[in-house]
Design a protein around this ligand. Structure first.
Ligand code: ATP
Ligand code: MG
Length: 692
C-alpha cells in the first residue's frame, strides 16, 4: 500500500500532496492558472480508487468541455488502467444529465427514445414558430430568440414562471415563442441543451427515489473549472450529493469567462457556505509559465476589483524565461505574416507546430491568419470554427437517423423531407401539417396515413396526388427503418442512410460542380467520415454496461446503440474528428492550433500568439455595452489567453484592421496599454516591443 501511496504522490508539491491525500470530506481548491489544479484532481481520483478503495463507478468527475473530459479519461487511464477508465463517470454536466434523463426518462416526463436537438435545429424550430405566429424573422432573429429561450432555461425559468408584466416588446415576443417552443419539444420528444440540465434538476427535485439512488451511486464528485458553473448546475450538484458523499470543487475565479452564459463564480463563495468544506487548499506555485509571462499576467489581472482572492502567480522553478514579445503591426496582413515568421523560427529551433497556438477573441479574426498559413503551406487545425458535427451535410444525415429513431421529431423531418430534392413543395408540406394537426400526430405518421389512404379506391383525387408525391420518401423511410431493425453494425447502417437517402450522391455532385479540390471542405468526404466515426464509436462502446439504465432496457439493442451514438454526436458539436474518426481527441499530425480564447481554457502550449489584442476587440465592444461587469470578464479572458503559454508569449495588435469590410483603427487594447504603462521607467522589463 505504501508503495502505491508513494507512487500516487510522487511529482507533487506539499500542498498538492495534502489535497490528493486528504481524508474523504468536502474540499475546495481555489488557485491560479497552471498551479496543478487539474493534475491534483486526476491524482485524487487515482488516490480514491487505489488507497481509499472507492469503486471507480462510484466516482463522478465533471469538467467543462468534451475535450477536457476526453483528456481526463486518458490521464486517469494512464495511471489506473483501462478498466477503471471505463467504469468512471467522467463527463460534462450536459452529458451527465443526458445519461440520467435517458435512464429515468419516464420519471422525467420523456420517453426513453427522446432525441437531443442541436443549436441549428433549435433555430429552425424557432423560425417555424415565428412564421406560424406571424412574427417578423428579420426583427426577431431566430438565433437570438433561441438564445434568449436558452438563457431563461439556464436561469431555471419555464414559460409559466416568466412574469409578463415586466417585459418590453422583445421579451414579450420571446415569451410567446417560448410557450409554443415548449409544447413542440414535448410533442416531438426532443430536448435542447439547456433543457438537459433544467429537466434533470426538476427530476431530482421532484423524485425522491431517483435522488436517493444518485446519492448512493456517487460517493465522490469532483468538479474541474468550477468557476464556470452556472447557478442551475450548482443546484444540480447539491441535488446529486447525498449525506454520505463528498464534493471536491476546483477552480480559479480569475478565469471565469462564461458569465455571459450564466456562469457565476460567486458559486465558490456559496460552496463554502453550502458544502462547508473541511479542507481548503491553496496552490501557490505555477508550473507552466516563465516568470516574465506570469509578471505580465499578474499585472493584467490586478486591474480587476471583483476577485475573491488576490493571487500572484509565481513560477515554481524560479526561471524567468524569455521576455514576452509585444508586436505592433501596421495591419492584419502584416500581423499574420509576423506570426508566420515567428512560427517558422520556433520550428527551426525544434518546437513542433502542435506545441504552438494562435488565440483570438472571435472566430472572425482567424480568416487572414488561415489564408496566410495556407498560402505558405503551414498545416493547422481550427478548434471552434464550423465544427464537424455542425456542418450542413452532417446535420442532414443525422436528421435522417433521428427521424428513424423518433417518429415524432418533426424538426428533423422538416430538414430532410426534400433533401435531396423530391419535389415535395410547401403545398404538400402544409397538407401534411393539416393531417397531422387533425389527427394529433407527427408529420411522419401523417405521411404514413396519407400513403395508406391514397391507395384506397375511394380516395379523393387531391389526396392521391399528395400520396404520389410522398411515396418515394415514405418508402425510403420504411426501408431504412427495416435496415435499422436488422442492422449488423452501426457503421454499415450509417452508410446505408447516407447512400440510400441520396445525400452522398447529391453532395458528391455538388462538390464536383463547384470544383472543390482536396484542400477544400469536401462534403461527400465528410459523410464518409461520419461513417468512420460511427465505426469508431462502436469500437469504443463495445460491451458497455447499461444495466443500471432501466428505461433503456425497453428498447431493442439496435435502437439503443443508435440512440447512444446520436446523443454522443449532439454533445460532440464543437469538436473536431481525428483520422480514426474519433471525436474529442486531438487531431493527429503536426499542425498549428488555432482557436478562440474560450476554447483554450485549461490547455497549455509551449508558444502562444494572442492576435487581435486591439481595443474594441479585446475588450470586446459588444460585451462592454451589454454587460455591467463586461470589462472584468474581458480582462479575465485576456488573462486566460496569456496564462496558456509555457515558454513564449506574443501579443499583437494592428494599427489598421478590416472589420466586416470597414477599415478600423482602434489602437492597442486598453489592457495592453495598462500593462505596458505599469512598467514604464522600470528595469528589467518582462517584455520587448517590435514594430512590424
Ligand atoms: P488551469 O488553471 O489553466 O486549468 P491548472 O491549475 O489546472 O491550470 P494543470 O494543467 O494541472 O494546472 O498544470 C499545469 C502544468 O504544470 C501541467 O503541465 C502540469 O503537468 C504541471 N505540473 C503541475 N504540478 C506539477 C508539479 N508538482 N511538478 C511538476 N509539474 C507540475
Ligand atoms: Mg486545469
Amino acid at each position: 500500500m505504501s508503495a502505491e501511496r508513494n507512487f500516487l504522490l510522487k511529482d507533487l508539491n506539499d500542498a498538492q500532496k495534502e489535497a490528493v491525500s486528504a481524508p474523504r470530506e468536502n474540499m475546495l481548491i481555489i488557485a491560479g492558472a497552471g498551479t496543478g489544479k487539474t493534475r491534483v484532481l486526476v491524482s485524487r481520483i487515482a488516490w480514491l480508487i487505489g488507497v481509499e478503495q472507492v469503486q471507480p463507478r462510484r466516482i463522478l468527475a465533471v469538467t467543462f468541455t468534451n475535450k477536457a473530459a476526453a483528456e481526463m479519461r486518458q490521464r486517469i487511464g494512464a495511471i489506473s488502467g483501462e478498466e477503471v477508465q471505463r467504469a468512471l463517470w467522467t463527463s460534462t454536466f450536459h452529458s451527465l444529465c443526458l445519461r440520467l434523463l435517458r435512464a429515468y426518462a419516464n420519471q422525467a416526463g420523456l420517453t426513453p427514445d427522446f432525441t437531443v436537438m442541436d443549436s441549428d435545429g433549435q433555430k429552425l424550430l424557432v423560425k417555424r414558430i415565428e412564421k406560424d405566429l406571424g412574427i417578423d424573422i428579420g426583427d426577431y432573429r431566430p438565433a437570438m430568440v433561441a438564445a434568449s429561450i436558452s438563457r431563461f432555461k439556464e436561469r431555471g425559468l419555464r414559460f409559466k414562471n416568466i412574469e409578463h408584466a415586466q417585459m418590453g416588446d422583445y421579451g414579450a415576443t420571446v415569451r410567446r415563442v417560448y410557450k409554443i417552443y415548449e409544447k413542440s419539444c414535448i410533442r416531438e420528444n426532443i430536448v435542447d441543451f439547456s433543457e438537459l440540465i433544467l429537466r434533470t434538476v426538476e427530476l431530482l427535485e421532484g423524485n425522491e427515489r431517483v435522488r436517493e439512488l444518485q446519492h448512493r451511486r456517487f460517493e465522490e464528485i469532483l468538479v474541474d473549472e468550477f468557476q464556470d458553473t452556472s447557478s442551475l448546475q450548482y443546484k444540480l450538484l447539491g441535488l446529486l450529493k447525498g449525506p454520505q458523499s463528498h464534493v471536491l470543487a476546483v477552480g480559479d475565479d480569475d478565469q471565469s469567462i462564461y458569465g455571459w452564459r450564466g456562469a457565476d463564480f460567486t458559486n465558490m463563495q456559496n460552496f463554502l457556505k453550502d458544502f462547508k468544506p473541511v479542507h481548503q487548499v491553496a496552490l501557490l506555485e505555477n508550473y507552466r509559465s516563465g516568470q516574465n509571462i506570469l509578471d505580465m499576467a499578474n499585472t493584467l489581472i490586478s486591474g480587476n476589483n471583483d476577485r475573491l482572492i488576490e493571487k500572484k502567480l509565481k513560477n515554481a522553478n524560479g526561471g524567468s524565461g524569455p521576455q514576452v514579445t509585444v508586436m505592433r503591426c501596421r495591419n492584419e496582413e502584416l500581423e499574420a505574416q509576423a506570426v508566420l515568421s515567428e512560427v517558422r523560427a520556433l520550428k527551426r529551433q525544434g518546437m513542433r507546430l502542435c506545441d504552438m497556438a494562435v488565440l483570438y477573441r472571435n472566430n472572425s479574426l482567424s480568416g487572414v491568419m488561415e489564408k496566410t498559413l495556407s498560402t505558405h503551406g503551414v498545416d493547422y487545425v481550427i478548434y471552434g470554427g464550423l465544427k464537424f458535427f455542425e456542418r450542413a451535410e452532417i446535420l442532414d444525415a443525422v436528421a435522417y437517423m433521428r427521424l428513424l429513431l423518433n417518429e415524432n421529431d418533426d424538426t428533423a423531418l422538416y430538414r430532410i423531407i426534400n433533401v435531396p430534392s423530391r419535389k415535395i413543395g410547401p403545398s404538400v408540406v402544409s397538407k401534411l401539417q393539416e393531417v397531422a394537426s387533425e389527427r394529433g400526430c407527427s408529420l411522419l405518421q401523417a405521411i404514413k396515413l396519407v400513403r395508406e389512404y391514397g391507395k384506397m379506391p375511394e380516395a379523393a383525387k387531391a389526396l392521391v396526388t399528395i400520396a404520389r408525391r410522398i411515396e418515394g420518401f415514405a418508402s425510403l423511410m420504411e426501408e431504412l427503418q427495416q435496415g435499422l431493425e436488422h442492422m449488423s453494425s452501426l457503421s454499415s447502417f450509417a452508410g446505408e442512410v447516407v447512400q440510400k437517402s441520396g445525400l452522398y450522391i447529391m453532395y458528391k455532385e455538388k462538390d464536383e460542380k463547384e470544383k472543390r479540390g482536396e484542400y477544400d471542405n469536401l462534403r461527400h468526404k465528410n459523410l464518409e467520415e461520419l461513417v468512420n466515426n460511427a465505426a469508431a464509436f462502436e469500437r469504443e462502446h463495445q460491451g458497455e454496461d447499461a444495466s443500471d439504465d432501466e428505461a433503456l432496457a425497453s428498447l431493442s439493442p439496435q435502437k439503443r446503440l443508435l440512440l447512444e451514438y446520436l446523443s454522443s454526436v449532439s454533445l460532440a458539436a464543437g469538436t473536431e474528428l481525428n483520422a480514426q474518426g474519433q471525436a474529442g481527441a486531438s487531431v493527429p499530425g503536426d499542425r498549428l492550433n488555432l482557436m478562440t480564447i474560450h476554447s483554450s481554457k485549461g490547455l497549455e502550449f509551449r508558444a502562444v500568439f494572442l492576435i487581435g489584442f486591439d481595443n474594441k476587440i479585446l475588450p470586446s465592444q459588444l460585451s462592454l455595452e451589454s454587460r455591467e461587469d463586461g470589462t472584468e470578464e474581458e480582462r479575465r479572458l485576456a488573462y486566460v489567453a496569456m496564462t496558456r503559454a509555457r515558454e513564449r508569449l506574443y501579443l499583437s495588435y494592428a494599427d489598421y484592421r478590416r472589420i466586416f469590410g470597414r477599415l478600423e483603427s482602434s489602437g492597442p487594447s486598453i489592457f495592453l496599454r495598462q500593462m505596458l504603462l505599469s512598467y514604464s521607467g522600470k528595469r528589467p522589463q518582462p517584455f520587448v516591443t517590435e514594430r512590424i
